[in-house]
Design a protein around this ligand. Structure first.
Ligand SMILES: O=C(O)c1cc(=O)[nH]c(=O)n1[C@@H]1O[C@H](COP(=O)(O)O)[C@@H](O)[C@H]1O
Length: 240
């Protein structure tokens, strides 16, 4: 038995069918992990699958990365609110007013339903390198500095935390305090770093991310493309 709280790990269910996602849930739920439903699965299986998970008492991060005008984002948070997800997210780049409205929509839900998802802000995607950010997108400076600036803005708007890479966790905690939630994707296991690095640019191992102070991590392909996903999760937990 391990003592680490496995629900601090969200397995990204980026599958091409709901049956595949169900199979991962059946296999991995006994380890105590949470699950992340993102665009790929949500756009085919819709809210019904999220409800199916939360009805089983599973912890769900609903990752739809809202980014639109404030009124539309507030409506979107309202729409997904009753699915019972523990976390949902919006892009910090949508601005202060948009984030405030997202938080207000979550608060209204809490008043009606007695609970709400945590609303966290996506800073700079873990697939973004400094070169991409500076030269393609035209945002100058260090990724770390930009991420901390975004985290502070998210905090000002009343969000519960941010999504960032493990490289920025320490700085975010220093700037925003230890209660401001950090959820960290871009996780790679040392053993498969070079094989699975793919599109992620700012990566860390689970152990490193938690050592830096992450509240939760998101792991997708390093588990779902492993020969033995369940054993891989057990190994990760044992090493924490
Ligand atoms: O919001 C997210 O979850 C997210 C933000 C980010 O900056 N980077 C990032 O990879 N993610 C998500 O985290 C998961 C990472 O998957 P793997 O790279 O397969 O571990 C994917 O589902 C991404 O959509």
């Amino acid at each position: 038995m391990h003592t680490f709280d496995a629900s601090r790990i969200y397995i990204a269910l980026d599958t091409s069918s709901v049956e595949q996602a169900r199979a991962f849930v059946r296999e991995l739920a006994p380890t105590g992990v949470g699950f992340k439903v993102g665009m790929q699965l949500f756009y085919q299986s819709g809210p019904a699958f999220v409800k199916e998970l939360t009805a089983q008492g599973l912890q769900v991060f609903l990752d739809l990365k809202f980014h639109d005008i404030p009124n539309t984002v507030a409506g979107a948070v309202q729409s997904i609110g009753e699915l019972g997800a523990a976390i949902c997210n919006v892009h910090v780049a949508g601005g202060l007013e948009m984030m405030k409205r997202a938080r207000q929509a979550a608060d209204a839900l809490a008043q009606r339903a007695g609970k709400r998802p945590q609303v966290i802000g996506v800073t700079q995607l873990t697939s973004t390198s400094r070169e991409m950010m500076n030269e393609e997108v035209g945002i100058p400076g260090d990724v770390q500095d930009v991420v901390i600036r975004y985290a502070l803005l998210a905090q000002t708007a009343g969000l519960d935390g941010v999504v960032a890479s493990g490289h920025e966790v320490r700085g975010i905690r220093e700037a925003c305090g230890d209660d401001f939630v950090t959820v960290i994707p871009g996780i790679r296991l040392a053993a498969n770093d070079s094989a699975l690095i793919h599109d992620q640019k700012r990566v860390m191992t689970p152990h490193e991310a938690f050592q830096e102070g992450a509240h939760a991590i998101v792991i997708g392909r390093a588990v779902t493309q492993a020969a033995e996903p369940r054993a891989t999760v057990e190994q990760i937990l044992a090493a924490l």
